[in-house]
Ligand binder design. Sequence first.
Ligand SMILES: Nc1ncnc2c1ncn2[C@@H]1O[C@H](COP(=O)(O)OP(=O)(O)OP(=O)(O)O)[C@@H](O)[C@H]1O
Ligand SMILES: [Mg+2]
Length: 158
Amino acid sequence: MIDPNWLAPFRHFTSHSPDETLDFGRRLARALPRPALLILTGDLGAGKTILAKGIAEGLGVASAEDVASPSYTLVHEYRSAADTLYHLDLYRLEQNEQLATLGLEDILPGGVAQGSVVVVEWGAKFPLFARLPRIVVALTATGDSTRSIAAAFEEGRE
Ligand SMILES: Nc1ncnc2c1ncn2[C@@H]1O[C@H](COP(=O)(O)OP(=O)(O)OP(=O)(O)O)[C@@H](O)[C@H]1O
Ligand SMILES: [Mg+2]
């Protein structure tokens, strides 16, 4: 049984460096239920990919230096014996029709890849994700090296 308050320690965080954001990602990943859909929001350079690197390390599926944003391939997959992480970057995707061609139904919660963690950069504009229960992690630059990070559950609309 998952403690319904597991997200409480992550609701608000101030990061003072990329390393602190990495570490926030590691801790968040270790607390995550499965399956989990995380939508990372924030402007260019807000720290979404750094956070995804920390999540990969916290899950034990890859080290930070092996995680690069899937800007052109759109999806990267990392596996350990226990976990699979799908890291999406949809910045270059413009339309829902293009999203449909990615075959995401298998990896999203309810799909066949049960137990996986899906992390999406630039996913907020696609209705597909708004239909699903998800955790939205919003990163905001508040200075050269400071970031405000807020995490919240969002219900699916269906
Ligand atoms: N506290 C911090 N947390 C995260 N990144 C920081 C922080 N302070 C400075 N930075 C810098 O901000 C940049 C964040 O880059 P990153 O690629 O993670 O952003 P992004 O949100 O994924 O951008 P994009 O939308 O282009 O994918 C890095 O250059 C990093 O060094
Ligand atoms: Mg990025």
